[in-house]
Design a protein around this ligand. Sequence first.
Ligand SMILES: Cc1cc2nc3c(=O)[nH]c(=O)nc-3n(C[C@H](O)[C@H](O)[C@H](O)COP(=O)(O)OP(=O)(O)OC[C@H]3O[C@@H](n4cnc5c(N)ncnc54)[C@H](O)[C@@H]3O)c2cc1C
Length: 95
Amino acid sequence: MYDFIIVGGGIVGLSVGLSLTKQYPSKKVLILEKEQELASHQTGHNSGVIHSGIYYKPGSLKARLAKQGNRSMVDFCQKEGIDYDVCGKVIVATN
Ligand SMILES: Cc1cc2nc3c(=O)[nH]c(=O)nc-3n(C[C@H](O)[C@H](O)[C@H](O)COP(=O)(O)OP(=O)(O)OC[C@H]3O[C@@H](n4cnc5c(N)ncnc54)[C@H](O)[C@@H]3O)c2cc1C
């Protein structure tokens, strides 16, 4: 018996699973993944950029979530000892 069942072991399913286990430590969480390994699709094949949110309308929900996600991703990497590189970005105005 499980209290929560998540379909899909990409970053979204795994993040939801992690949040649920933190929020409800006594509840049982099951993640169903159709592949042999987790993160086999988009999550394991993206460009690896931790987006800053700079392209989104300032103050919009998307911009705020991108900034919050940026911070929480860096925090997570620090806590878990995962290498990351905050290298910055050069944006050139072409007109
Ligand atoms: C080319 C590319 C580059 C990108 N670059 C970046 C980037 O630089 N930075 C960034 O932040 N984002 C980037 N993204 C976006 C980011 O990778 C995705 O938004 C994110 O990985 C989506 O995660 P997800 O968990 O929703 O999906 P997925 O990682 O696709 O996970 C879904 C999982 O569900 C499983 N599944 C599907 N159906 C079932 C089923 N019926 N039963 C069981 N399991 C099932 C799949 O096997 C898969 O493992 C990029 C995306 C692409 C395609």
